[in-house]
Design a protein around this ligand. Sequence first.
Ligand code: ZN
Length: 54
Amino acid sequence: MSVLSITKCLTGQHKPVRRDVVWDGERFAGECRNCGKSIKRVSTGQWRKSVNVR
Ligand SMILES: [Zn+2]
């Protein structure tokens, strides 16, 4: 965890822990490697907090 990484999280640029990424039947879902929040992929390379993704 670094200040730079957290800054990215605050601007919505989360990065998943790749080995923990799973397909939930609709989207790829995982945990952010920087802030630890539950996130989902909205498009290639674009991850959002689960609560912000339908
Ligand atoms: Zn994050």
